[in-house]
Design a binder for this molecule. Structure first.
Ligand code: ADP
Length: 607
């Protein structure tokens, strides 16, 4: 920029000096010509005066010529000539007039006769062989022309000398001006350069330099004011940048704190943003690289790509569902995509896996319930039909059929009551009506209720843990309540809902009796765990549960042996009820079993 200004200034200076020189030369030339012509006019006037005074033509020209330098060695001598109308030379200060040819057609002489005033011409004199300026003046009194001439050699020489000096002066001044211009532009340029460097550094992100404080800057000059304006602008820029950074950080924190994965894409560059949840789900938790990545390389799913591509091309929100492979396995996402700006789009991925699973569980449950209800009903209707068709007349058959109908009705009742219990527990958010109670006493109540069933199967019920070390060995055929015959179980205070804990224990102990071997033992005891939790243990020494069934027995209607469960009057809902009661108390239920060596159910509860 400064270079350009300098070159421009230099060009202007050169032009001005050259033009000035030419004008000055022209002026000098004009001045010199005027002075020379004045000299010739003076010589002509003097000659005319001499003629008027009565001198002859020859006398007059020789007198005036010597008066104007002829013969004195002066360079600017004047030649005088008198010519009549016919062009005959009457007298000449340099030559013999008789030897001179006719001068009527000499341009200056012809002009003077024609205009009857003056004539003027510059040419080389053939007689003297020098460039001469001729000035002729018509004398009406005598009808002749007095011509004066002066050699131009001296005139050219003088002019050249003047022009040479002028050129020297102008050239010198030009060089001086250029040098000064160079220095000035450097001097002006220095703060400008500082300013430029600071601007470049600011562009690189270094916003901490105060340009107005640089030593080269005079605060009161325009450049100083520019520097102050620059500083103000940079301060503003810095505050805007930090505000933007803050906002971005806040936005990133908000987006990263969201559980839902979010992805932003751009028409030109594929994926431009993933929040923490999206990185975790689709990108192995790695940060998004700086280079552009196509959506398919990040979220390997054609449907997600189709939804986002449609959003980008139509610039309208799009929705859809996709099953996407994530770090945690295949998940079902509902995708909501919306355009952002003119070239981008954003997609939110709502995880529907659990909802879809629950919907499936619910419809499976309905199908199971229908099936479970239908079985005893079909059986009851079948027996009633048979009775109607004549069997009613055989009292023995009637009694047997009625017993079966009673059992089936009882099963229906048990099923309906378990379904109701389950839905009741599921719909309650927290434990209602907690009361202080003694777990040992509650176990006793349960054991009393199950006493008859246990006796039928010669199963021993023990209110307490099995003896440490050796293999548990219950007293076959008896129902003993207590860790062993001698030990008296200690009270175990808890705060809970009596009905729920009762239901929980009933289901577990009932199973332990039902699925036990003949003559087996069941131990029931509680244990205080860390954090005020209690673990309930129900252990039996029956056949136990194969590992592949252990994780599934808590599902509704899941049975290891359907026939056995039916035969035992099971509904398939007992352990599901236990699981839900445990969850009500922010707990869980699990089973430990080695097939052939019994099973132990552990329920941890906050009670
Ligand atoms: P059910 O009404 O069939 O007893 P549950 O939900 O109570 O239903 O139990 C599910 C299944 O778990 C039972 O059908 C049975 O096969 C198995 N099970 C439960 N408790 C025991 C146990 N103590 N020993 C062996 N198997 C058991």
């Amino acid at each position: 920029m400064l270079k350009r200004i300098y070159l421009l200034v230099a060009a202007v200076v050169v032009l001005a000096v050259v033009l000035g020189g030419l004008l000055a030369a022209d002026q000098v030339r004009t001045l010199h010509t005027t002075l020379t012509e004045d000299r010739l006019v003076a010589a002509i006037r003097t000659a005319e005066a001499e003629l008027g005074a009565g001198r002859t033509a020859a006398e007059a020209v020789s007198l005036v010529a010597s008066g104007f330098g002829r013969g004195t060695g002066e360079d600017r001598w004047v030649r005088l000539t008198l010519v009549d109308r016919q062009g005959v030379v009457l007298a000449d200060s340099e030559e013999d007039p008789a030897a001179m040819d006719n001068h009527r057609l000499r341009p200056e002489i012809a002009q003077a006769f024609d205009t009857r005033v003056t004539g003027r011409h510059i040419r080389r004199s053939p007689t003297l062989e020098v460039d001469m300026l001729y000035l002729a003046r018509y004398s009406a009194e005598r009808d002749l022309v007095v011509r004066a001439a002066i050699p131009l050699s001296d005139y050219n020489q003088t002019l050249r000398a003047i022009l040479w000096r002028l050129s020297l002066v102008l050239g010198g001044s030009l060089l001086g001006l250029l040098a000064i211009g160079l220095l000035v532009t450097r001097w002006i340029g220095r703060p400008l350069r500082e300013l430029r460097d600071a601007a470049l550094q600011a562009a690189d992100g270094r916003l901490d330099i105060h340009v107005a404080q640089l030593p080269e800057l005079d605060r009161d000059t325009e450049v100083g004011q520019l520097a102050r304006a620059f500083d103000t602008m940079r301060d503003r820029l810095r505050s805007i940048l930090s505000e933007l950074e803050d906002r971005n950080a806040r936005l990133d924190a908000i987006l990263d704190s969201m559980d839902e994965p979010l992805a932003a894409v751009d028409v030109d560059c594929g994926v431009t943003f993933l929040n923490a949840a999206a990185r975790d789900a689709f990108f192995d938790g790695k940060p998004l690289p700086d280079r552009c990545m196509p959506l398919l390389a990040v979220i390997r799913n054609g449907e997600a790509e189709r939804i986002l591509a449609l959003t980008l091309s139509t610039r309208t929100p799009q929705h859809g569902e996709a099953r996407i492979e994530t770090r945690k396995g295949r998940r079902i996402y509902r995708i909501h995509a919306a355009p952002i700006g003119s070239r981008g789009a954003m997609a939110a991925f709502s995880d529907m896996t659990e909802i879809v699973r629950l919907q499936q569980v619910r419809s499976d449950f309905v199908a199971n319930v229908t099936h479970e209800l239908k079985t005893p009903l079909t059986s009851i209707r079948g027996f009633i039909d048979t009775l109607r068709r004549g069997a009613v007349r055989d009292p023995e058959v009637v009694s047997r059929f009625l017993d079966i109908i009673d059992i089936e009705a009882e099963r229906l009742h048990a099923l309906i009551s378990d379904i109701l219990t389950l839905s009741e527990i599921e719909s309650s958010q927290d434990v209602q009506d907690r009361e202080a109670m003694d777990l040992t006493a509650l176990v006793d109540d349960v054991l009393v209720l199950l006493d008859e069933a246990a006796s039928r199967r010669r199963v021993t019920l023990v209110n307490g843990p099995p003896p440490a070390g050796g293999k548990p060995d219950g007293a076959a055929g008896e129902t003993a309540i207590g860790s062993d015959e001698e030990a008296v179980p200690e009270p175990f205070p808890i705060r809970a809902n009596r009905l729920r804990i009762h239901q929980l224990l009933m289901n577990l102990v009932d199973n332990a009796v039902k699925y036990n071997r003949e003559g087996g033992t069941v131990w029931i005891w509680g244990e205080r765990a860390l954090g005020g939790r209690v673990t309930l243990h129900v252990r039996d020494d029956g056949p136990g549960i194969e590992p592949e069934h252990q994780s599934r027995i808590f599902e509704r209607f899941y049975r290891v042996d359907r026939g056995r469960s039916r035969e035992m009057g099971g509904t398939g809902l007992g352990l599901a009820i236990v699981k839900h009661i445990a969850q009500l108390y922010r707990g869980a239920v699990s089973v430990e079993s080695v097939p052939g060596q019994g099973a132990e159910f552990l329920v941890s509860l906050e009670v």
